[in-house]
Design a protein around this ligand. Structure first.
Ligand SMILES: [Ca+2]
Ligand SMILES: [Ca+2]
Length: 213
C-alpha cells in the first residue's frame, strides 16, 4: 500500500481500538454486593467489618456443594480490550472449621464462558488458599496460553463473555471466606503507551508525507 492511501482516520480507529471502550470491570464492594451472586453458600452477604479496604463479600459456605460466585453484568460482554491484561481478586479466610480440600474446582478457580465455549484457570493452584490473618491477592494473565486456549478460541470467548464465576471452596467443613477487589485490568500501561506512540508516529509520518508531496 502506498503511504498516500493511508488515512489518518484509519490510524485513529486503530488507536482507539487499543483503548478499552468502557471502564474496566471492578468490584471493590464499598457499599454492597455489586450484583455478585453465590451458589452453595449458607450465608452470602456484604459486610464492612473487614475488607481491603472495608467492604467485602462474606461467604459462609453450605456443605452440600462447592461455593461459587457469579459475576454481574459489568463483567460480561465484549472484553476483547482486556486480552493480555489481568484478572485478580483478594481473599481472606475468616473461618477455618474444616479440613483441607483440593479438587478440579477448588478455591480460586475462575471460569469464563463466552462464544459458545469456556475456559477455566486456578488462580490459587496446588490447593493454595487465602491467609487467615491478612488479605491475599490472587492474579493471572488474561492470555490464551495461561487459559490453555488457542488464540482463536480465546478471542471468541473474550468477544462475548456471557458469564464469569469464582470458586471459593477451600475446606471440607465450616469455612468462611472473605472476597474483595475482584477486577479485570487492561494491558499494562507501558505496552499500551508503546502502541499508542506507534499509532501517533504513523499519523505524524502521514502528515509529513502529505506536506512534502
Ligand atoms: Ca472493599
Ligand atoms: Ca485452587
Amino acid at each position: 500500500m502506498r503511504p498516500s492511501t493511508l488515512s489518518p482516520v484509519l490510524l485513529f480507529v486503530v488507536l482507539f481500538r487499543l483503548v478499552p471502550s468502557h471502564a474496566a470491570p471492578v468490584s471493590t464492594f464499598d457499599t454492597d454486593t455489586e450484583g455478585w451472586l453465590a451458589a452453595g453458600a449458607a450465608t452470602f452477604e456484604w459486610r464492612n467489618t473487614d475488607g481491603n479496604p472495608p467492604g467485602f463479600l462474606y461467604i459462609d459456605n453450605g456443605e452440600a456443594q462447592g461455593a461459587i460466585l457469579t459475576a454481574p453484568v459489568a463483567f460480561r460482554g465484549n472484553l476483547s480490550a482486556y486480552n493480555g491484561g489481568t484478572i485478580s481478586f483478594d481473599g481472606k479466610m475468616l473461618g477455618t472449621g474444616g479440613s483441607f480440600y483440593q479438587a478440579t474446582v477448588d478455591y480460586g478457580v475462575i471460569t469464563i464462558q463466552g462464544g459458545g465455549t469456556s475456559a477455566f484457570l486456578d488462580l490459587a493452584p496446588g490447593g493454595a488458599t487465602a491467609s487467615t490473618t491478612s488479605w491475599t491477592t490472587f492474579s493471572a494473565p488474561l492470555t490464551a496460553a495461561a487459559w490453555g486456549k488457542t488464540d482463536v478460541q480465546w478471542a471468541q470467548i473474550l468477544a462475548s463473555v456471557s458469564n464469569i464465576t469464582l470458586s471459593v471452596e477451600a475446606l471440607f467443613g465450616n469455612e468462611i471466606q472473605g472476597i474483595d477487589n475482584i477486577r479485570i485490568t487492561a494491558v499494562p500501561a507501558p505496552a499500551t503507551v508503546w502502541l499508542l506512540g506507534t499509532a501517533l508516529a504513523g499519523v505524524v509520518a502521514y502528515r509529513r508525507h502529505r506536506r512534502t508531496r
